[in-house]
Design a protein around this ligand. Structure first.
Ligand code: MN
Length: 496
């Protein structure tokens, strides 16, 4: 999994020559202090690097090119300590390819009421300098996040940290690689899409491989490698008697281990960041990969079932955004409803492929028949997801563009034990309630597959969609049907 500490965000300050050498030195000192302060803050997950104060169109342009070319810079924090006439920024902003945030802060938190003079006023000009910069960004239709407040405030730093994680996921998507084993589940619509447009717009490539290419890897796995992995399973999971050594289905577990090792090697050799499978094309594989998918997702790979490459890339992005946070991220599907009017809820699961990063407990490892596909019984991890806030996100292709849909939900514990349900599952109450949430989701065209996370909040997804320049429809406590319908109509015009 990629590490945040290997990357950096550049802190750049706008000013102009008008103020003279002395003031500019002061501006630089203050900028250094802020960059250092942010970098050292426990709220900020990534290194913040000070860059010399920008006072000319040429220096701005050169810095933007440098940022574009840097492999470690994932984005820019822009700050206008003083006034920086914004025509100077046009050439630079025109070529900038990296995401940026406009930190609308001030070096001094408070107005020094009894001491304030014109020197103070001329140095602390963010209030109007930030507006000049904002105008040119808006005029140039530049996607960015604007954060307002004092730079030492936890609230401001947390908003900045969220943007940094979204920028990190964006950086990861650029050049990201999704492998598809087999094609789509036949006749399914929402998992299809324009892979060329995805690469142009979102940065990652999606390519198909015959299952035979994967089987070649699987068949080279040795018994010794399988033994080692089985002992890892024994440490990590509660293995059901039939799957344990000596049990009637232990051979199925050994086969699952073989498949996991084969897929892992394939993905590592090709530097892939995510993958898809489909139960309709398993030629040469003895079972549908279940346990393998669950464990590979836990290691950071994006995944989508039934050929769903858009969700695979989305899950990967959500995993990258949530690196080091509590809560995990997984492929998910709205499976079945509880429509009791006194407490409607959704049971989310999949045939097998739910990531173990979203459970708090020790998963059970069981082997059961798969009711479709006609293959051997696949092992799978079985667990509940702990109660707490979460979200589901969907990415769809509307034919001429992509749309993201997000629904905030509250995970609750199942009303009763589920002794006969042999898959990992989450039970949730969507916000504002199931009726409005499902009606909105369906009108928006949201898929049955989604990326699910208890680590992320809506703001992460909002920042990611902003960086990507794609539409985001959000369903939460404030959603009203009449307004949501209008938003869909207006967005259709706005984004077409
Ligand atoms: Mn599915």
């Amino acid at each position: 999994m990629k590490k945040l500490k290997n990357y950096e965000v550049w802190f750049i300050t706008g000013s102009q020559h008008l103020y003279g050498e002395k003031t500019l030195l002061e501006v630089a000192e203050h900028s250094k202090e802020i960059a250092k302060g942010l970098s050292k803050s426990p709220n900020i997950p990534i290194k913040v690097v000070f860059k010399p104060v920008l006072t000319t169109p040429d220096s701005i342009y050169d810095l933007m090119l440098e940022a574009n070319n840097s492999k470690t810079c994932i984005g820019l924090i822009t700050w206008m300590h003083t006034f920086s006439p914004a025509k100077m920024w046009i050439a630079g902003l025109k070529v900038l390819q990296k995401p940026f945030v406009h930190l609308h802060t001030q070096y001094n938190r408070d107005i020094p009421w009894s001491k304030i003079d014109m020197d103070f006023m001329n140095l602390n000009q963010s209030a109007h300098g930030g507006r000049e910069f904002g105008f040119i960004c808006t005029r140039m239709k530049k996607s960015r996040k604007v954060i307002v407040g004092y730079w030492k405030d936890e609230k401001v730093q947390n908003k900045l940290a969220i943007w940094m994680r979204a920028a990190f996921a964006w950086q990861d998507a650029q050049g990201g690689k999704i492998a598809r084993f087999g094609d789509n589940m036949r006749e399914v619509a929402v998992t299809e899409g324009d892979k060329v447009e995805a690469q142009l717009r979102l940065g990652y490539s999606v390519n198909g491989f015959g299952v035979g290419d994967l089987v070649k890897y699987v068949t080279t796995i040795t018994d010794k490698e399988i033994d080692t992995l089985i002992s890892e399973y024994q440490d990590r999971y509660i293995i059901a008697a039939e799957a344990a050594i000596g049990g009637s289905k232990h051979s199925d577990l050994r086969e699952a281990a073989r498949i996991e090792l084969g897929i892992r090697q394939f993905l590592e050799d090709g530097n892939f960041t995510g993958f898809t499978t489909t139960f309709e094309d398993l030629h040469g594989l003895k079972q549908l990969p279940g346990l393998a998918v669950q464990r590979l997702m836990a290691d950071g790979y994006g995944f989508g079932a039934e050929g769903d490459w858009k969700t695979a890339a989305l899950v990967r992005a959500m995993k990258i955004m949530s690196v080091g946070l509590n809560g995990g991220a997984s492929f998910m599907e709205d499976y079945t409803y509880h429509l009791d009017p006194s407490g409607m809820k959704v049971l989310g699961a999949h045939m097998l492929e739910v990531c173990e990063s979203i459970t708090a407990g020790k998963p059970g490892l069981e082997v059961h028949p798969l009711s479709i596909g006609g293959k051997d019984d696949p092992p799978r991890l079985v667990f509940n997801v702990p109660a707490g806030p979460a979200l589901n996100v969907s990415l769809i292709d509307l034919g001429n563009r992509f749309r993201m849909i997000l629904n905030e939900v509250d995970v609750v514990l199942p009303d009763e034990e589920l002794p006969k349900l042999p898959v990992a599952r989450a039970v949730w109450i969507p916000k504002p309630d199931l009726e409005i949430a499902a009606e909105s989701w369906i009108l928006a065209g949201g898929a049955h597959h989604s990326g699910f996370s208890q680590a992320l909040t809506a703001e992460y997804i909002e920042d990611f969609a902003e960086i990507a320049g794609i539409e985001l429809l959000q369903i939460d406590d404030s959603t009203k049907m009449s307004e949501f319908k209008k938003e869909i109509r207006w967005n259709t015009v706005s984004y077409s």
